[in-house]
Design a protein around this ligand. Structure first.
Ligand SMILES: Nc1nc2c(ncn2[C@@H]2O[C@H](COP(=O)(O)OP(=O)(O)OP(=O)(O)O)[C@@H](O)[C@H]2O)c(=O)[nH]1
Ligand SMILES: [Mg+2]
Length: 498
């Protein structure tokens, strides 16, 4: 998928290819190809946080192993391909292909000793991957496990696991965005792990701009089949405040329900079993705990009950039964749709698409422009260097590219490199990361005229700040913000929107 900014850089690459020498053309073509690649998102978090479960939900297929006993010890990249295929990439650069196992999952045995695996490259025909590449990462060690000492030592170098090598670390670093999964409360070592993750990947500094928090397994917050959402929502908001320097938003989800629903694992037979359970005379007792659900007499055999627990856990089972009690004729498809809605997953996907897709456009366009400029520098003195530089300059004069500068300064402020009072920082980040003027200006209901006026006022405020209220670093940031609001006001007046 190619966004507006990177789309224009891609067009420019095509134009340049036609007028430069063949060897330069090859490099320009390569830059153009990268612009068409989908957004790469790395899923990070502590051991057993539910990362692989979320990966499966995002892909819409259960491909990554998630059983309680198994841990993901290698970095695994999932990307779109014309046929399903698993490539194990060794540390020496060799590749060996494997088929998926009988359940359609990555085989347990990779055929290469674990110590020699750099990463696993999985290509799938899943439509979801056409505009999203997902990178599953091994759990970050936590202070309450035996590996903590090793992890502490490794902070800043190889935070995932002392055994992770440079090839897989750079595979993660190539991601444009990161989703950090945590459960229950954010602990000090969650923040440390996130810092370490940031240190491992310079290009992927984890900031509110490119990182999203997922508060996973929220169904386990409250006991039994009770509704976790009244607790999950305020907790997520608190966690967002705690992590505000690291992630832009914290989205609560029940990953397991998302995986089961999105991967289409609930069958008509499961649905029928849930319907029979809905008739059980002592239903409240059955749903009181996992143990009681497993062991009490019920109109469904033990194996099926175990399967339902694995697919839905107790909250999901209780939720499904409540739906079927209210509407006994409910079809499997509709039940699955409601389960996905109850998982909170639609909000996560929306946030991913809305925020990261736009940002990835700007990030990729910025990357490509920098590469083109460098190429122009290398070809100095040759006739085609002129053509290259001209083309890049033409593009940079386009007001749309001011966004790249905005993103750059917002990144500096968000990481604390340029300190700024909070309301200014927040306004700058909103301007840099959105194209919705109502959201940027915090005027959700305003008509266009009022928006333009508010943008002019914001521009003036930033100009005053640039001149009077700030040190030199803040002043440079403020000038970029000033121009950003000025351009926003202009586009609002001409009615073109941004
Ligand atoms: N109840 C419940 N269980 C979940 C949820 N998400 C994941 N699980 C379970 O938690 C266990 C661990 O999930 P994984 O997705 O393998 O976790 P992970 O973070 O990939 O684990 P490692 O790769 O080993 O670090 C599995 O048994 C999942 O089924 C959830 O939202 N609710
Ligand atoms: Mg995993």
């Amino acid at each position: 998928m190619t966004g507006t900014l990177s789309g224009r850089v891609a067009t420019l690459c095509d134009e340049i290819v036609a007028v430069v020498a063949p060897e330069v053309a090859d490099q320009v073509r390569h830059i153009g190809v990268r612009l068409h690649e989908p957004l790469r998102v790395a899923i990070a978090g502590r051991l057993k946080a539910g990362k692989s479960t979320l990966v499966n939900a995002l892909i819409g297929r259960r491909v990554a192993p998630t059983a309680a006993g198994e841990c993901t010890r290698v970095v695994t990249r999932f990307r779109y391909g014309p046929a399903d295929r698993v490539d194990v990439v060794s540390r020496d650069g060799g590749r060996s292909s494997l088929p998926l196992d009988d359940d359609g999952m990555i085989p347990q045995r990779l055929g290469v000793p674990a110590g020699r695996v750099a990463y696993v490259d999985v290509m799938l025909t899943s439509a979801r991957l056409r505009d999203l590449t997902v990178v599953d990462t091994p759990g970050l060690a936590s202070a309450d496990t035996g590996v903590s000492a090793r992890a502490e030592e490794a902070v800043g170098t190889a935070p995932f696991d002392a055994g992770i090598d440079a090839a897989s670390a750079s595979e993660v670093a190539a991601a444009e965005a990161v989703v950090y999964v945590f459960t229950q409360a954010v602990r000090a070592d969650d923040v440390r792990a996130l810092e370490a993750f940031r240190a491992s990947s310079a290009r992927l500094a984890s900031t509110p701009i490119n990182a999203l928090g997922v508060f996973g397994k929220v169904d386990t917050l409250v006991g039994g089949a009770a509704d976790p959402w009244p607790v999950a929502e305020p907790l997520a908001a608190q966690q967002q405040a705690l992590l505000s320097r690291c992630v832009g938003e914290v989205v609560p989800v029940v990953g397991l329900l998302a995986e089961t629903g999105e991967a289409g694992r609930l069958t008509a037979a499961d649905c029928a079993a849930l319907g029979r359970l809905a008739q059980a005379p002592d239903l409240p007792l059955l749903l009181a705990s996992v143990d009681l659900f497993r062991t009490r007499p019920a109109p469904v055999d033990a194996a099926r009950r175990e399967r339902l627990l694995a697919l839905l856990d107790l909250y999901g089972v209780g939720f499904a039964i409540a739906q079927l009690t209210a509407e006994p004729q409910l079809g499997t498809g509709e039940l699955v749709r409601r389960l996905v809605a109850a998982s909170g997953f639609p909000r996560l996907r929306h946030t991913l698409q809305e925020t990261f897709t736009w940002r990835s456009d700007a990030i990729k366009a910025g990357w490509a422009l920098a590469r083109l400029e460098r190429l122009a520098g290398h070809t100095v003195g040759r006739a085609d260097a002129e053509a290259l530089r001209d083309a890049v300059e033409r593009l940079l004069r386009d007001p749309a590219y001011h966004r790249l500068r905005l993103l750059e300064v917002a990144q500096r402020v968000a990481t604390g490199a340029v300190p700024m009072p909070q309301p200014w920082e927040q306004e700058l980040i909103r301007l840099a990361t959105s194209d919705d003027p109502r959201w940027i200006l915090r005027l959700p209901q305003a008509p266009a005229g009022q928006l333009a006026e508010a943008a002019v006022q914001a521009a003036n405020r930033w100009r005053v700040y640039a001149v009077a209220g700030a040190g030199p670093a803040q002043s440079r940031v403020a000038q970029v913000a000033h121009r950003g609001f000025h351009l926003l006001a202009q586009s609002l007046r001409t009615g073109a929107g941004r």
